[in-house]
Design a protein around this ligand. Sequence first.
Ligand code: GTP
Ligand code: MG
Length: 249
Amino acid sequence: LSSSRTYTIPPTVLLVGPSNSGKTSLQTLFERGSSDTETHTSQVSQSVELNASTDSATKKSFRNHDATDGTYTKFLFVDTPGHGKLRNSAMAKLNSTEKLQAVVFMVDAAALGEPEILAPTAAYLYDVLLFVQKRATTSAKTKAAIPIMIAANKMDLFTALPSTLVKSNLEAELTRIRASKSKGLLDSGVGTDEIGSEEQDSWLGEYGSAKFTFSQLREFDVEVEVVPGNVTGDGPGAEKWWWWIAQRI
Ligand code: GTP
Ligand code: MG
């Protein structure tokens, strides 16, 4: 029995990101086809089972989430709490989820222009990216690298930053965080040979580079993409997010 249960573990997509970015709203939208219900700040992770059609005319739409005709892939879409005090549980999920196929990191594009939102958002993203990079370097042969989509949410609001700015603002803040974590090692005149491999392993992206960019993670086979959308209101909607996920499960 236990072996047959192991066999049927569906691929899993983990939904992480700071509080109030819209994670539970998105999970509700994908599960029910609408997101009219009010959400409350999440205290526990919540898993829903979804189907992604692979051959229907509507395969690019999340509205095929309960289609059972034709061929489809069953997957788990797991919402996690974004509150700083509960973040350990989300990070633990990253570590313990079997068949983790992809991570969606959701941000509030309408709030990301404010330094007091940008800083903690980037700090959380830094932890997630470094985790995925380390996993890719230490288990490259046994596990595939996990692709990450940064879902730039709330594009219906006029205050939302365009996705190009979401990307560059996050990269700039991640550059700052990385520099402060390196404790000035690189400026200290210590030769690269003398820098321990542990320090190198804890460096996000291209080692020694002055500026962090998401594309530096390609070297570790980790794909990072910023995709704009919205759960409520008028805008590009959630279809692109769905299609990104459907292609990776
Ligand atoms: P935590 O559970 O605390 O981690 O937050 P969360 O990421 O689950 O956020 P949640 O889904 O609860 O949404 C937070 C607020 O943002 C709610 O008031 C939503 O209605 C709102 N919201 C979510 N998506 C959108 C969107 O696309 N546009 C707008 N304008 N508001 C949104
Ligand atoms: Mg929530």
